[in-house]
Design a protein around this ligand. Structure first.
Ligand code: NAI
Ligand code: 15L
Length: 268
């Protein structure tokens, strides 16, 4: 049966807030978890992924999990280790112990951020392109994907790892014209990832059907995902303000963009 009760970790964050708005329309009953309290959501679970007992209690009885919680930018390795690597391990262990059948894992383009961006008519980046993390953050997403593979092979716990591009209300850079995932398409993709049959561990790119798309959406579409949005209407204005991506500018050369040259640092 289709999942109904879904634990949303990282529910206070940017993407979590967008999904709290959009996913209930698909019929999900969301249980929310975050380190931080969430305004207007007194039932949200305030817990750190480091707290194994709290995590186990949070997953008890849900049909599936959308795992967004963690450090979403670059940080010192020790912080990434705790929040993203150990935290994701705790969540998978809790899911295994409680018999939760499926997790949708928010991976990132930064797992392959050192991949050169396609030029001109060059082929789209396939989803099995070699890992080339651009930061410790990207490395933690590689770990999460491999953890998901292990829990599928060993324990039969299914995951869809979504290598999200940039999911924000609007694209705000020329790079984002290629990697943008509209919030509505994000909800469509998460819904497909929750409901497709027999996913095992599947890795997909997460973006809209952008005219300037850099990567292949075949594995996402195979889940039943049909993106409806395209960043192109934002192109003229963004290019007028910022100029086209430049050959020879390192921050424009790779999928990971600025994470390669000057990664934004997690502020906490
Ligand atoms: P965000 O930084 O706005 O939200 C992350 C949330 O996780 C925060 O509310 C934070 O309080 C919570 N969190 C951090 N450490 C935690 C811990 N130890 N225990 C419990 N909660 C903790 O990030 P955003 O943009 O909402 O991203 C959500 C997820 O999607 C992240 O895993 C991020 O890496 C991933 N992602 C997001 C993209 C985007 O375009 N927004 C692109 C690619 C990946
Ligand atoms: C990510 O993985 C970050 O979490 C998000 O804040 C954006 O920076 C996004 O990638 C991106 O590549 O634009």
């Amino acid at each position: 049966p289709a999942p109904r009760t879904v634990l949303l970790t990282g529910a206070a964050g940017g993407l979590g807030t967008l999904m709290r708005d959009l996913l209930p329309a698909y019929g999900y009953d969301l249980r929310l978890l975050d380190l931080r309290p969430i305004e207007g959501e007194p039932d949200a679970i305030a817990a750190d992924l480091a707290d194994r007992d709290a995590v186990r209690e949070a997953v008890r009885g849900v049909d599936a999990i959308i795992h967004l919680a963690g450090i979403s930018l670059e940080a010192p390795f020790e912080k990434i280790l705790k929040a993203n690597i150990e935290g994701t391990y705790h969540l998978y262990e809790a899911a295994r112990e409680e018999g939760v059948g499926r997790i949708v894992f928010a991976s990132s383009n930064h797992a392959v951020g050192y991949t050169p961006r396609p030029q001109g008519d060059g082929p789209l980046i396939p989803v099995d392109t070699p890992r080339r993390p651009d930061t410790f953050y990207g490395l933690s997403k590689c770990f999460g994907e491999d953890l998901a593979q292990l829990y599928w092979d060993r324990h039969g716990l299914e995951t869809v790892s979504v290598r999200i591009g940039s999911c924000f209300p609007e694209p705000t850079s020329v790079r984002m014209l290629s990697v943008w995932m509209s919030p509505a398409d994000g909800a469509r993709l998460f819904h497909a990832a929750l409901t497709a049959e027999h996913v095992g561990h599947t890795v997909v790119h997460g973006s809209s059907a952008n005219t300037r798309l850099w990567w292949d959406l075949t594995s996402a579409r195979a889940l039943g995902y049909e993106p409806q949005d395209d960043s192109e209407p934002y192109a003229e204005k963004l290019i007028a303000e910022q100029g086209e991506l430049q050959d020879g500018n390192e921050a424009h050369a790779y999928l990971g963009g600025q994470f390669v040259t000057d990664p934004p640092i997690w502020p906490y």
